[in-house]
Design a protein around this ligand. Structure first.
Ligand SMILES: C[S@@+](CC[C@H](N)C(=O)[O-])C[C@H]1O[C@@H](n2cnc3c(N)ncnc32)[C@H](O)[C@@H]1O
Length: 213
């Protein structure tokens, strides 16, 4: 079941509308530079091996980067318009890169797509967390923890702006660290991001792991 009302700023139809009307001010036209630099050059970056999910993948730039680096990637979004764009830019499903239209909070849809408990080696987060309604953050956390296998990783670039309204909803770095700690994930990295684009100087980069049993 979807956790979203059919109206409101976070409803799937509103996201479709934003893509159709070009009201997508978050679009970078490339993978977020701090994530790309980390994945390409940092020795702490996760290695390919096992399926990786990019929730709220939008036009799919991070999913395509991961596929280029040898990861087996599923880009998920509940907006059909977003995935139409992702396929146009990065190609249809192929080995190593697939697209799935589903609500991240719809466990039945995830299961039907092979996303069962412990099915993922990794999750890459970029501007999905700030797009969902803040009351759904604990559900986001539960979904990530449910899907990650032991030793699985969460790599995320989080928008820690302090504005009261959204989307994009801001985060407090201390609260985010606590959110993942409470979920039992082990923090490997949590620091202000380097190389963010102008206007996103308040991003934080984090890497957490599900304990390896
Ligand atoms: C701000 S956009 C970011 C897109 C992409 N990550 C990027 O950085 O360009 C947020 C995306 O999350 C998707 N989204 C929001 N809530 C979702 C949910 N519950 N399940 C799946 N996708 C969701 C929206 O459709 C939208 O494409």
């Amino acid at each position: 079941m979807s956790a979203h009302p059919e109206a409101g700023p976070s409803a799937p139809g509103r996201w479709d509308q934003r893509y159709r009307e070009g009201g997508d001010g978050w679009e970078l036209g490339q993978p977020a530079p701090p994530l790309a630099a980390f994945l390409r050059h940092d020795p702490r970056a996760p290695e390919p091996g096992g399926p990786v999910l990019v929730p709220g993948c939008g036009r799919g730039h991070e999913a395509a980067l991961l596929a280029e680096l040898g990861f087996s990637v599923l880009g998920l979004d509940f907006s059909g318009e977003a995935l139409r764009e992702a396929r146009r830019l990065h190609g249809p499903d192929r080995p190593g890169l697939r697209w799935l239209q589903a609500d991240l909070f719809d466990r039945a849809a995830l299961e039907a797509a092979g996303l069962g408990p412990g099915s993922l080696a990794g999750v890459l987060e970029h501007t999905c967390f700030c797009a969902i309604d803040p009351p759904l953050r604990s559900a986001y956390r539960a979904t990530v923890v449910h899907l990650l296998r032991p030793g699985g990783w969460l790599l995320g670039l989080f928008w820690c702006h302090g504005r009261a309204s959204g989307p994009p909803w801001g985060s407090d770095p201390r609260e985010l660290a606590q959110l993942w700690r409470q979920a039992g994930l082990e923090e490997e990295l949590w620091e202000p991001a380097r190389g963010s684009i102008a206007g996103r100087g308040d991003e934080w980069l984090g890497l957490w792991r599900q304990p390896a049993c």
